[in-house]
Design a protein around this ligand. Sequence first.
Ligand SMILES: [Mg+2]
Length: 364
Amino acid sequence: MPVTIAAVETIQLSIPLDTWAPPPMFAGKPRTHVEAIYVKVTCSDGTVGWGESFGSSGGIVVAAFDKWVRQLAVGKDPTDQNLMPGIERLLHGLGRAGPVMHALSGLDIALWDIRGKLEGVSVSKLLGGAKRKRVETYASLLQYAGNVEHVKRNTERALKLGYKHIKLHERTAEAVAASREVAGPSIPIMVDTNCGWTPEQAEKPVAAMKPSNPFWVEEPIWPPEDFESLAKLRKATGVPLAMGENAVSPSDFRKMIAAGATDFVQPSIVKIGGITQLFRIATESEKAGIPCVPHAFFFGPGYLATLHCIACKERDVPLERLFADVAFVPYTKTVPDVNGAVEVPDRPGLGADPEEDLMAKFRV
Ligand SMILES: [Mg+2]
């Protein structure tokens, strides 16, 4: 009997977060919780695959599954390579980005997990084989709104835990200098400004960070798809730039690279279309000489999926790790982040399932 998809379940989580500082603002609200959407796909033979969709889309992703996505997946062959492209094409009129693509991203990841489990091989193996057994993680600090004491204290905390790369979510040269002062000259410090400035405003604050030698400045310009202005800024300041978590398709990455807008691309696996699209973008950008360092501000199946993609590329890049106390972090036993690095699991599929008993406590 061929294996088919029997059920597609969405699990919406809201997990308390302690950032060791006042909560940062996200989408106009204080961020006190990590929002997550896990996608559980059960097959007719009992095989279960796990995926993850962009958590901040919350119930809208759940609705996209309920209204459109589930009925197109149930009853189908989970290993059919034409399944996802077919669904994507059928739903294209609902928008090529946003909640529907976020839902498809989660489904795609779960199908890769299932394929690996059915074949008894890891997702890395399906992607052509891991190039390394261990991937370093970078501590992605939350936003402390320019408070240098919080920046210093949490930079120090990350270094003590063994992280060898730091990312800040700050917009001032003073905050970057404070982190540099604590970290010393050799630790790479990335600075995420979350589209902080208009093209006219950006040059001055980005140039002001230069003495602290930022490894990259991320998304300095609003809107993030203004690749022409980003290219100008990159040239004018000589500061390396990174972007891509708000891009919506592989063609966006081709455009930003062609425009000379960026030094690093950062597709987000839970938004861009899952492993299939992320790996395609990583392969194309690597060929163009631009390293792919994916956005991964999440902990679930999307995190493991990103780990496998990174492990299979020639360029050794670090994996993002949200740096805060989170009440539930999956895989702490199966794929632990120790001393700023994780081992790439060699078990079938993604290599670990999220702990359902713990997860249950944080279901919305
Ligand atoms: Mg970012």
